[in-house]
Design a protein around this ligand. Structure first.
Ligand SMILES: *[C@@H]1O[C@H](CO)[C@@H](O)[C@H](O)[C@H]1NC(C)=O
Ligand SMILES: *[C@@H]1O[C@H](CO)[C@@H](O)[C@H](O)[C@H]1NC(C)=O
Ligand SMILES: *[C@@H]1O[C@H](CO)[C@@H](O)[C@H](O)[C@H]1NC(C)=O
Ligand SMILES: *[C@@H]1O[C@H](CO)[C@@H](O)[C@H](O)[C@H]1NC(C)=O
Length: 651
């Protein structure tokens, strides 16, 4: 009853004061205009309803009011920016080759440029790839995949020919794999845009529309609207997110299979399907796992804060825990995950990493909180390092079995049975990722979506999307990034090994025809890092923009509810190893640098010896002395873990 009243009050007040903005332009619109949009059923995509900004308020769930001058920027369904202007043929069809012909087929290029096979990397664990997937899912939405699987499943049939949205990929007759099958077509639809959903006229350059907030803010957990967080996320007790205990493990709440997105749950035994704000976490295995872990971490933190600060109410604990959770995720991404791939020295030199452990403030109110269209796109290069199998290990490190990772997409139930989550967790920090070696795993290249489709080549889709997004040629990005101008194939030798330049010569007529992602696929890796230089450039541009445009960035000294220096120093201790020690199932030992494989230099060690974020730094003196009956030198992490597990008995 009280809860109902709360909703009425919150939503009532919200409706009264909120201002409606056009999601594309970011300008306010009238109530009459909103009504017209309701009639056309485009309000969801084209309108953002936003409460007036309060400069002292913390980071909003919907990302609005991040930039006080442009309140709507930072919210879902707001435009991306382009590093380079789009190029299209007429009617916004993919551009033609320099000589005026269609470019070579996407599937032909993929099979010509990248071999299929499996070679384990000697450096990185699959935990790293899974975190990268989670990181990109935080700023994307899966509508463009759902569209050709569920909304428009006919793109390879006759009906597809009459639907402009259908852009299936043709398979050449002499395809190395499908010459032996009767499959001649791979499903694909055009990416959703402000034009396709009806927000703006379709005679303008297509602008991608995405339902996530353009910030690394754990929106997979907390959702992107206050309403869905209140309805599906919060427990309204001790700052906790809703949870369930099943077979001694803590999970996000589940709904009956059938009502969620867990289409591939093997019934009747697999029933788990998470019912969380926005319903975005039941997707790829990597997204699913990290969402579960950060979900638990929120409750782990909230439990600690409640213990330390008896006088804090549910709201205060909840939002502080969320702020700490987001900061921990950002810290791990910036200072542990990306340095592994991009090179610590490189990122330091380019200003992505702070040179000192203290605060830094790069805020620039003239920048919108946005992502570039190119950023999540170039991230798709990591498909080449995606391992096709997920290996399961027991806690002693004995290999048990493998499961094709494509078979556990949209199948949360798998993690809930047979202690699978324990074995998958162990596997994540023991198994090697695929090597960055111009070779792609056969599952990624042929069965990318598992049983959802007969055949999917994720990289062929990537190349096709490259063209649908209207990206300029690879050499233009080389110019943008490195001021290099490549006029002939031979000029490419500065960036690409001779044998691969020859491959390119064999398939493209002109150096100007080379698609952005095709160039990135074949580039020599950056010095001091493990990614192609052009990918590096696009990602670094994004990170610098993110750090400068996010008023709530955790390293800022003056932001609403800013950390104290003591608190920031605790956040600095966060590692992915500690994350798994705190919330990973049956993890008692792990290597300190868990994105790197176990080795003599990176041995397994006891979780008790791994540094942790000490929540005592959040002790509020105005709460009185109650909390301090626990000695600060006590093994605090262990203590919170026990508290956390005790939650079981309170269900
Ligand atoms: C209105 O739009 C929403 C979101 O795009 C969609 O789910 C719903 O089916 C649409 N309703 C009608 C009547 O078209
Ligand atoms: C724009 O919309 C019209 C009417 O629906 C359609 O005929 C045309 O093909 C569309 N053009 C593009 C570029 O989408
Ligand atoms: C993976 O899915 C495919 C297609 O549904 C199926 O044939 C195969 O047996 C599955 N593999 C495993 C190990 O579950
Ligand atoms: C195309 O999609 C439909 C619907 O999901 C599916 O039945 C068909 O097998 C798909 N085609 C291929 C080649 O996967």
């Amino acid at each position: 009853m009280l809860l109902l009243l709360y909703f009425l009050l919150v939503n009532g007040a919200y409706a009264k004061l909120a201002i409606n903005y056009d999601s594309f332009t970011g300008t306010p619109i009238s109530l009459e205009e909103v009504k017209r949009r309701d009639e056309r059923n485009i309000t969801f995509w084209c309108t953002n309803q936003i409460e007036p900004c309060d400069p002292e308020e913390g980071k909003r769930v919907d990302g609005s009011c991040n930039n006080l001058r442009y309140p709507q920027r930072g919210a879902p369904h707001t435009p991306t920016y382009r590093l380079l202007p789009a190029v299209y043929d007429k009617n916004f069809e993919p551009k033609l080759s320099k000589s005026g012909h269609s470019l070579p087929l996407a599937r032909f290029l993929r099979t010509s440029l990248l071999a299929e096979g499996r070679l384990p990397d000697q450096k990185f664990t699959t935990l790293a790839t899974n975190f990268l997937v989670f990181m990109s899912a935080d700023v994307l939405s899966i509508q463009d995949t759902v569209k050709y699987i569920i909304w428009k499943p006919y793109c390879c049939q006759r009906k597809g020919k009459t639907d402009r949205d259908c852009v299936p990929n043709k398979i050449p007759d002499d395809d190395p794999v499908h010459r032996f099958s009767n499959i001649r077509c791979l499903n694909l639809t055009r990416p959703e845009s402000f034009q396709s959903v009806g927000c703006i006229k379709n005679d303008t350059v297509p602008e991608r529309i995405v339902s996530a907030t353009p910030a690394f803010d754990l929106s997979l957990l907390y959702g992107t609207t206050l309403q869905s967080l209140l309805e599906k996320g919060r427990l309204f007790k001790s700052g906790l997110l809703k949870y369930e205990v099943e077979r001694g493990r803590i999970w996000p709440p589940s709904i009956e299979t059938g009502s969620g997105r867990c289409f591939l749950n093997q019934k009747p035994q697999e029933t788990r399907c998470h019912n969380t704000p926005d319903d975005t976490m039941n997707s790829l295995a990597g997204v699913n796992l990290f969402s579960i872990w950060f979900w638990r971490l929120h409750n782990f933190i909230a439990t600690g804060l409640t213990k330390i600060n008896h006088c804090w109410d549910d709201d205060k604990v909840f939002y502080t825990a969320r702020d700490i959770n987001i900061a921990i995720a950002s810290q791990i991404i910036l200072y542990e995950l990306l340095p592994a791939y991009f090179g610590h020295e490189n990122l330091l030199k380019d200003g992505v990493l702070s040179p000192t452990p203290g605060f830094r403030d790069h805020y620039n109110e003239h920048l919108f909180p946005q992502i570039s269209l190119e950023f999540p796109f170039v991230f798709r290069w990591f498909h080449t390092t995606q391992e096709g199998n997920m290996n399961l290990y027991d806690t002693q490190g004995n290999y048990l079995k493998k499961v094709p990772i494509v078979n556990i997409t949209l199948r949360t139930g798998f993690f809930g049975v047979d202690d699978n989550i324990d074995y998958v967790t162990q596997g994540n920090f023991r198994q090697a990722t695929g090597k960055a070696d111009y070779i792609v795993d056969p599952d990624v290249a042929e069965v990318g979506l598992g049983p959802q489709q007969r055949a999917t080549d994720l990289l062929t889709s990537d190349l096709a999307k490259n063209r649908l997004f209207g990206f300029q040629p690879y050499i233009k990005y080389r110019e943008f990034c490195f001021k290099q101008s490549f006029k002939s194939f031979d000029d490419l030798l500065q960036a690409i090994d001779p044998e691969r330049v020859e491959l390119l010569k064999g398939v493209y007529e002109n150096v100007e025809d080379i698609d952005l992602i095709a160039g990135i696929w074949l580039e020599k890796l950056i010095e001091g890092g493990n990614v192609p230089p052009t990918l590096y450039c696009v990602v670094v541009e994004q990170l610098l923009r993110t750090i400068a445009s996010d008023r709530h960035w955790y390293e800022r000294p003056k932001r609403p509810n800013a950390f104290t220096n003591e608190q920031l120093q605790e956040i600095r201790k966060a590692t992915v190893a500690r994350l798994l020690c705190d919330v990973g199932d049956k993890v008692t030992h792990i290597q300190r640098q868990a994105f790197y494989r176990i080795s003599p230099n990176n041995p397994l060690c006891d979780c008790n010896d791994i540094d942790f974020v000490n929540l005592w730094a959040w002790k509020d003196p105005t709460c009185g002395e109650q909390g301090s009956q626990f000695d600060a030198s006590y093994n605090t992490a262990k203590f919170f873990q026990n508290q956390f597990l005790k939650l079981k008995t309170n269900v």
